[in-house]
Design a protein. Structure first.
Length: 138
C-alpha cells in the first residue's frame, strides 16, 4: 500500500510546524470546512454540509482544549467562551440549515485568525529586534 505524496507532505507540514503555525492551520481548517458547509447548504447537499460542520466543530473543540486556562487567565477564559459560542452556532446552523449562522462563525474565526497573525508578527519582530545586538554566529 503506497502513501499519497500529498498526504506525506501534509504530515510533514504538521509535524514540523511551530505552535503558532499549528494554531493558524487550525483556524484555516475551521474556516475552510465552514465555507464548504455553507456552499453545501446552498446546494441542498445536507449530508455533506453536516459532515463539514462537524469537522469545523471538531477543530474549534481542539482550539478549546488547547487553551492553557492557568497561564492564559482572562484571555483564555474569553477565548474558551467564544469558541463555545461558535460551536453552538454551528450546531444551530446544522439543525436549521441556516447559512447565515455559518457566516457568523466564519467572520468570528477570520477576525480571530487576523488578530493571532498580528500578535505573532509583533512577537517575531520584537524577538528579531532584541536579537539584533547578539552575535548568533557559531
Amino acid at each position: 500500500m503506497s502513501v499519497n505524496p500529498y498526504q506525506k507532505y501534509k504530515v510533514a507540514q504538521y509535524s514540523t510546524a511551530s505552535p503558532e503555525q499549528l494554531l493558524l492551520m487550525l483556524y484555516d481548517g475551521a474556516i475552510k470546512f465552514a465555507r464548504q458547509a455553507r456552499k453545501d447548504m446552498e446546494e441542498k447537499n445536507i449530508e455533506a454540509a453536516n459532515n463539514k460542520l462537524k469537522r469545523a466543530e471538531d477543530i474549534i473543540s481542539e482550539l478549546m482544549v488547547s487553551l492553557n486556562m492557568e497561564e492564559g487567565g482572562e484571555i483564555a477564559r474569553n477565548l474558551y467562551n467564544l469558541y463555545d459560542y461558535m460551536n453552538r452556532r454551528l450546531i444551530q446552523a446544522n439543525i436549521r440549515k441556516d447559512p447565515a449562522l455559518v457566516d457568523e462563525v466564519i467572520n468570528l474565526l477570520s477576525s480571530l485568525k487576523e488578530s493571532w497573525e498580528e500578535a505573532i508578527s509583533k512577537v517575531r519582530s520584537q524577538v528579531l529586534q532584541n536579537a539584533g545586538g547578539l552575535n548568533i554566529e557559531g
